[in-house]
Ligand binder design. Structure first.
Ligand SMILES: Cc1cc2nc3c(=O)[nH]c(=O)nc-3n(C[C@H](O)[C@H](O)[C@H](O)COP(=O)(O)OP(=O)(O)OC[C@H]3O[C@@H](n4cnc5c(N)ncnc54)[C@H](O)[C@@H]3O)c2cc1C
Length: 380
């Protein structure tokens, strides 16, 4: 991104103890945690709170990671997989508790992982055994209790859903941080004793910064190029349906499709990008006939009573994917007082709050973020 001299000369000079860049679930909660210490905190966004992926997702508060549990154990080792799962459980509980305190709609409706093939059913059974061995409450079943043609289900009774826009906006509003938006940040630089965050409307000097830009981080922090990949996710929602078709958060086809019926009867569904992975990258905010058609095909097969219903909204959001499927927390190499918390691989509602806490702990106390440490990769 480039900025002209004219644009640079027309911005406000501000100061704070800490500045948080990006007002999604991660940035808003990081600002909340920093302000809890009594610090003067400034939260800034190029649009408004929840304008990014945090306001465009399914609202699922799922325990778990990108992979099924036994695969996570194989990839990261048992201790890390278990700790990552625990982090998702703690995030879910924190999200429910914040939603309750802030008067945000949330529902502990349980979630169902749903196999669409026999191969996936076998994987789900292995995941279930690995989860049970570690004491997580899950229930595996071959077939499905609704006779919809799923090959197997894995029920996680404690998961649920939240209204993501209301949650993020409430956290931002009650964080105690000053919100400066819209302000498109174009550079985060080191200065003696801290950081300087340069934006279209404000230039902020602070002792430290949290960078919570997720998919957009490489556009502002070149060090993250190649480590955080923008991936588009698409969704749709129907008009309110007259009857209940599904209770719970459904997560099918290795997580490529997900759906939930809201209390008012609207059916929300996302995914459809498995066959379009090459096209569904980048920052462009649009829906495509291919992916939206794949969503309809899924509905026709598993929820025929929903497939013909009028669609009220279609939208997209941009997720940040990392090479190993885990988020990144660490200092920017050229700006040591700026800590990034990015790369949620489509699970930022399920992991973001506790990851934000680790980023704040690194910034304030120098505490290692453990398995999230970005040092596992070479930041340029
Ligand atoms: C369709 C879809 C469905 C999903 N479903 C789920 C789900 O059900 N459960 C789940 O756990 N996760 C889900 N996710 C993923 C989840 O939404 C994200 O992981 C999470 O919202 C990331 O939060 P964040 O705060 O890191 O990033 P974001 O919410 O993307 O926030 C980044 C913020 O930075 C701002 N910004 C960008 N560039 C600049 C700049 N230059 N200057 C200033 N500000 C800037 C943006 O405006 C934005 O507000 C889904 C994602 C999508 C797209």
């Amino acid at each position: 991104m480039t900025v002209s001299w004219w644009q640079r000369s027309d911005c406000q000079a501000l100061a704070a103890d800490y500045v948080v860049v990006g007002a999604g679930i991660v940035g808003s909660y990081a600002a909340f945690c920093l302000a809890q210490t009594g610090a003067d905190v400034l939260l800034t966004d190029m649009r408004e709170p929840a304008a990014g992926a945090s306001g465009r997702n399914a609202g699922f508060l799922l325990s778990g990671l990108v992979q099924y549990y036994h695969e996570a154990v194989e990839q990261y080792g048992h201790a890390t997989a278990r700790e990552a799962w625990q982090l998702s459980v703690e995030t879910r509980e924190l999200a429910f508790s914040l939603a309750q305190q802030l008067g945000v709609p949330a529902e502990r409706c349980g979630s169902f992982l749903l196999a669409t093939t026999r191969r996936e059913a076998r994987a789900l059974e292995r995941a279930s055994r690995a989860l049970e061995a570690d004491g997580w409450p899950v229930a595996f079943q071959r077939g499905d209790p609704w006779g919809r043609g799923f090959a197997a289900t894995l029920h996680k009774p404690d998961d649920g859903v939240v209204h993501p826009v209301k949650l993020v906006r409430a956290i931002a509003k009650h964080s105690g941080a000053q919100l400066v938006a819209p302000n498109e940040v174009w550079a985060i630089e080191a200065r003696p004793g801290g950081v300087r965050v340069r934006g279209s409307k404000a230039e902020v000097e602070a002792k430290g910064a949290i960078v919570a830009l997720n998919a957009y981080a490489p556009l502002v922090c070149p060090a993250l190029a190649g480590l955080v990949r923008p991936v588009r996710g698409q969704m749709l929602s129907t008009v309110p349906l007259p009857s209940r078709v599904f209770d719970g958060a459904g997560y099918a086809n290795w997580g490529y499709e997900y759906f939930h019926q809201l209390p008012d009867g609207r059916f929300l569904m996302g995914g459809g990008r498995r066959r379009f992975r090459r096209q569904e990258t980048g920052w462009e905010d649009l829906t495509t006939p291919g992916v939206q058609g794949a969503l309809t095909q899924f509905l026709e097969r598993y929820f025929p009573e929903v497939a013909g219903q009028p669609i009220e909204s279609r939208w997209s959001g941009t997720m940040g994917f990392t090479p190993d499927g885990l988020p990144l927390v660490g200092r920017l190499p050229d700006v040591p007082q700026a800590v990034v918390a990015v790369g949620f691989n489509g699970h930022g509602m399920g992991l973001g709050l506790k990851v934000a806490e680790r980023a704040v702990d690194l910034l304030l106390n120098g505490t290692s973020p453990g398995f999230l440490d970005s040092a596992r990769f070479q930041l340029e």
